[in-house]
Design a protein around this ligand. Structure first.
Ligand code: NAP
Ligand code: ZN
Length: 349
């Protein structure tokens, strides 16, 4: 095992502190990565706070990783020392079941191994994420980045990017399609950029009047600043697809009521475990509307969105921070005070 430096949380309710952690030595199929940047996803905040249950401590979060390869196993294939690569939310899966063979490793029938808070099948210890200086990852879960331009802005594509790209593609975003994005945060601002680059007409639903100008700059055609569900219902707007990134309880019927016939609301925001949404069946049935959910994206789709972003010169809007700013950053995320993603400069470790 190798010792790595990291920041993590020892137990629920504690602050971040520096810690030494272990990474496995490269196995035949592995690459070792020096982490350059790591985004802070709201899912990191949920898991550090144990909002979803099942968090295991000590926890080292971080699943929006960009780095440079420093070592490769003998079967690491296309990957070479010095390559820029990314790692998202997963680091392993069985690789054999139907979901894995179709490129949906996040639905592995045996077990998806998440980048943190999972059991590493090789070492049987808990996986630890990207708030660290290095990580060893199986090559199947390593994403090529064919650009060295704004790598810090590339990091959030590994989660926020693929999580919004996947449902946009699945539900047919593109020319002639009206897409709404509810919540202009880390996921939401990527959804706006991606939906626009796919050729859709894009509307943002935001609770923050001060974000209206930004939404337009990010590419939105329309912005609805709303206070409550009535503002949404009365807006007169209608959509083919709504990407709902809101990380807290809210009225989903109001969003569904703005769907065109056959349209879909896709939930990607995941509030704390006790949250229950109420649903009016007639709102769905009357116009053959759908309510769907979407969990990140598989590895082929993660590679696809990274390539799409390189091709269309799309990056996340970020605030670059250094260690040990994490507790402050988490407080600011909870206060909705980030434009639009914190990314850690891991060289500050
Ligand atoms: P974020 O950066 O904090 O953005 C969330 C946005 O939602 C905020 O900027 C705010 O936008 C809006 N919002 C926040 N609280 C709200 C409330 N009480 N009512 C209405 N709107 C509210 O978070 P994120 O990183 O984008 O993540 C969003 C959610 O997606 C989290 O729950 C996260 O765990 C989840 N997630 C899911 C997946 C997946 O695979 N499905 C992947 C990654 C993250 P406005 O100021 O514009 O209103
Ligand atoms: Zn995430």
């Amino acid at each position: 095992m190798l010792t790595a430096k990291a920041y993590g949380v020892e137990k629920q309710g504690s602050n971040f502190k520096p810690m030494n952690i272990e990474r496995r030595e490269v196995l035949d199929n592995d690459v070792m990565i020096d982490i350059l940047y790591c985004g802070i996803c709201h899912s990191d905040v949920h898991q550090v706070r144990n909002d979803w249950g099942g968090s295991s401590y000590p926890i080292v979060p971080g699943h929006e990783i960009v780095g440079k390869i420093t070592n490769v196993g003998r079967n690491a294939g296309e990957f070479k020392i010095g390559d820029y690569v990314g790692v998202g939310c997963m680091v392993d899966s069985c690789g054999k079941c139907q979901a894995c063979s179709e490129g949906f490793e996040q639905q592995c029938e045996k077990e998806t191994v998440w980048t943190y808070n999972s059991v590493d099948p090789h070492t049987k210890s808990m996986t630890l994420g990207g708030y660290s200086d290095k990580i060893t990852v199986d090559k199947r879960f390593v994403i090529r980045i064919d650009s060295d331009d704004n790598l810090a802005g590339m990091a959030p594509i590994l989660c926020a990017g693929v999580t919004t790209y996947s449902p946009l593609k699945k539900f047919g975003a593109g020319p002639g399609k009206h897409v709404a994005v509810a919540g202009l945060g880390g996921l939401g601002h990527m959804a706006v950029k991606l939906a626009k680059a796919m050729g859709s007409d894009v509307t943002v639903f935001t609770t923050s009047p001060e974000k209206a100008n930004d939404a337009k700059k990010l590419g939105a055609d329309k912005v609805l600043v709303y206070k409550n569900k009535d503002d949404i219902r009365k807006s007169g707007l209608s959509f083919n697809i709504i990407i709902d990134t809101i990380p807290a309880d809210h009225d989903i019927n109001a969003l569904i009521s703005t769907l065109k016939p056959n349209g879909a609301v896709v939930l990607v925001g995941l509030p704390e475990r006790s949250t229950r949404y109420s649903l009016s069946p007639s709102i769905l049935m009357d116009s053959n509307r759908s309510l769907a959910g979407s969990n990140i994206g598989g590895i082929p789709e993660t590679q696809e969105v990274v390539d799409f972003c390189v091709k269309h010169n799309i990056r996340s809007e970020i605030e670059l921070i250094k260690f040990p700013y994490l507790d402050e950053a988490y407080k600011r995320i909870m206060k909705n005070d980030v434009r639009y993603r914190f990314v850690i400069d891991n060289s500050s470790l």
